[in-house]
Write a protein that binds this ligand. Structure first.
Ligand SMILES: [Zn+2]
Length: 84
């Protein structure tokens, strides 16, 4: 008889995080995206805080973002980073 202390409802959505390496600073940066990036895994061009634009491959690096996880830049959709 274990009392169920917490109801497991829907989890809050904190978006997704795509990590990418910054060649200029040698640091790992985080890009937050609101919509699930798995719909389109073609490369994106990320305007890095270092001033350069880095080409980033999407699929292997995406994951759910934790509630309090910091990020370096943010977009609603990866389409914003595919200028064409
Ligand atoms: Zn950079």
């Amino acid at each position: 008889m274990s009392p169920s202390k917490a109801r497991r409802g829907e989890r809050p959505d904190y978006g997704w995080v795509i990590s990418f390496g910054c060649k200029e600073t040698g640091e790992l940066k985080r890009l937050k995206v609101d919509t699930d990036p798995s719909a389109d895994t073609s490369p994106i061009d990320v305007p890095c805080p270092c001033g350069e634009v880095h080409r980033v491959t999407v699929s292997p690096y995406r994951r759910r973002r934790a509630a309090d996880e910091p990020f370096d830049l943010e977009v609603k959709s990866l389409d914003e980073l595919r200028g064409g």
